[in-house]
Design a binder for this molecule. Sequence first.
Ligand code: GTP
Ligand code: MG
Ligand code: ZN
Length: 301
Amino acid sequence: MPEGIIVKALSGYYFVQPADGGGILRCRARGVFKLRGVSPLVGDRVRFETSGGGEGTVREVLPRTTELVRPPVANADLAVLVFSVVRPELNLTLLDKFLVHVEAKRLDALIVFTKIDAIGEAPEPARVREQLEHACRLYGSIGYPTVRTSALKGDGLDELHGRLAGRVAVLAGQSGVGKSTLLNALVPGLALETGEISERLGRGRHTTRHVELIRLPGGGLVADTPGFSQLDFRELGVDDIGEAFREFRPLAAECRFRGCTHLSEPDCAVRAAAERGEVADSRYRHYAEFLAEWKESRRRY
Ligand SMILES: Nc1nc2c(ncn2[C@@H]2O[C@H](COP(=O)(O)OP(=O)(O)OP(=O)(O)O)[C@@H](O)[C@H]2O)c(=O)[nH]1
Ligand SMILES: [Mg+2]
Ligand SMILES: [Zn+2]
C-alpha cells in the first residue's frame, strides 16, 4: 500500500501527500479510528488507498515519534517559537511558557524574532532594540538558537532556511506575530492568508484557522498553525517545570535537598545563583510563577 504524509486536516478530510511525489489526495479515514482508536494528525505518516479522482482512504497511521496536542501535529522534531519585537510586543513570559512545553515534549527549540524592520515604529525604539539584544544573549547562553528576521526586508531568511533544512518543524506563537508571512517569504509562490493587526487590541485576528504542513524548497517541512497564547500546565508534572529550565539542571544537583523546588529551601544553589545574577532574574521569576500556576491548576481540577 502506498505511503504518504498528512499535510492538512479539514472538515473530516485528510489531505495526503504521497511519498512517491504524486499530487495531494483528499482522503477519509473512518476505518482507522474504528480499528485502532487513533485520530490522524497533520504530520502523520500513513498508508492509504486511492479511489480515483484525487480521492482516497487512509488505512493505517504509522507509529509517531512525537505528538503535540497544541498545536495538533505528529512527528515534529523542532518547535519554532515565533515572537514579534513589535505589534504584538515581545513577551518573555510567554516565551518561557512555550519553552516549558517544548522541553516536556522533548522537542528541540528555535526562537525566531520577527518584524525587526518595524522597530523604528515602536514608541521607544531604543528600548525594543535593547530588549531584543538582551533576549538573544540570554537564550543563546542557555543553549537556544535565535534568529532575527524581517519577512518584509528578507533579514534572517537564509539563516532560517539553514536551521529548518531536513527538519519537521512546527511554528508556535501568538496571533499576528507573522508566522504565515514568514512562511510566504521562505517559500516562493506560497500564498498563505495573512491578516492585519487589530489597531484597537494591538494583536492579530486569528487569521490562520488550521494546521498545514508546508514543504520547504531546501528540504524539510514546516507546519503553519493558528496563533495561540493560552497555555496551561495541567497535563505536566511538577518535575517537568523544574527540568524545563535547562540552566537550572546542573545547579539543582548542588542544592542541599534532593527534590528542592528552589523556592524557600535552605542552601538552594539555584536561588543562590539567581541572587548572584548568574541565573537571569526573568527566568527565576517565571519559574516561580509557573510553579504557582501549576499548583493552582492542580487545586482546581
Ligand atoms: N513590518 C513587518 N510586518 C510584518 C512582518 N511579518 C508579518 N508582518 C505583519 O504582521 C501581520 C500579521 O501577520 P500574519 O502572518 O498574518 O501573522 P500570524 O502569526 O500568521 O497570525 P495568525 O494566523 O492569526 O496566528 C500582517 O499585517 C503582516 O503584514 C515583518 O517582517 N515586518
Ligand atoms: Mg497565520
Ligand atoms: Zn534548589
